[in-house]
Design a protein around this ligand. Sequence first.
Ligand SMILES: [Zn+2]
Ligand SMILES: [Zn+2]
Length: 140
Amino acid sequence: MEEVQELRELIRKAGLRATSARLAVMRMLRQASSPLSHAEIAEQLAEQGIDKATIFRNLTDLTECGLASRTELGDHVWRFEAVDPDHPDDGHPHFVCTMCGTVSCLNDAELEQTTRRSARPVGRVLEVLLRGICRKCGQA
Ligand SMILES: [Zn+2]
Ligand SMILES: [Zn+2]
C-alpha cells in the first residue's frame, strides 16, 4: 500500500494523473532489474486488462516527464526503465548478450574509470553499451 502511495505522489509531482494503468506500468518498471520492452510489459500487464496501446501511451508519458528512460540497444527495440528520482542523470551502462538478446544493467562504478577517462576529449557520454555473451549462454 505504501509503495503505491509513493508512486502516486511521484507521478502527480511529474504533472501526470495517477491512473491505475500508469501506476501498474511504473510499478513494473521499478521492480524490474533490467530494461523492459513494450512487448514484455504488455504481456505481463495483459492479465490486468490493460491493453497495449494504453501501455505504450503511458510509457511515452512517463519518459517525457522524466520518470522513465528509453534506450535502444542496437536491435531496434525500445526498452524502458524507471529513473531514480534522486539521481535522474545517473545513466548506467548496459550489457547485451549477442546470443540470447538478454539486456542487463551494469553498475556504473565498474566502468567509471575507463568511461570517464575516454569521455574527457570527446564530450559527455550519454550511453554506454557493451556486447558480449552472458553467463548463461557462455555455459552452454
Ligand atoms: Zn545470453
Ligand atoms: Zn539499465
